[in-house]
Write a protein that binds this ligand. Structure first.
Ligand SMILES: [Zn+2]
Length: 122
């Protein structure tokens, strides 16, 4: 099964990643009718430079949050050990955007770390 993401959201995530480079940026992803539509940014200082450290106590009680997104300042869009640990705790879908932050450097993963295809919808 593919993960669907709205084109505007994907473009916004790429823009954010470029803006924050060489730091990481991270956020929670909101889904509506099976499509990822929105990002809630995690405040700066709550994630590190080599892997994400989302503070889950910051997570709003919001049933529409179905995943996370974060950027990698390296050209390697695969989860680190820390990422995998976090993914497994959180569940859902996780998008990693790697340098140089183009559509080819975006990958999506399930909570077990397996890659899942991302489908861009208009
Ligand atoms: Zn990472």
């Amino acid at each position: 099964m593919k993960v669907k993401i709205r084109r505007e959201l994907l473009e916004y995530l790429l823009e954010l990643a470029r803006e924050f480079y060489p730091n990481e940026v991270a956020g929670f992803l909101r889904e509506k009718d099976g499509v990822l539509e929105e990002v809630l940014l995690v405040p700066k200082g709550y994630f590190g430079s080599s892997s994400v450290y989302f503070d889950l106590t910051l997570l709003p009680h919001d049933e529409s949050i179905k995943g996370t997104f974060h950027s990698h300042p390296s050209p390697f869009p695969y989860p680190s050990k820390g990422d995998l640990m976090f993914f497994s705790k959180f569940g859902g879908v996780h998008i990693i955007v790697a340098f140089p932050y183009t559509k080819d450097s975006v990958k999506a993963f399930r909570s077990d770390g397996s890659e899942v295809e991302l489908e861009v919808v208009e």
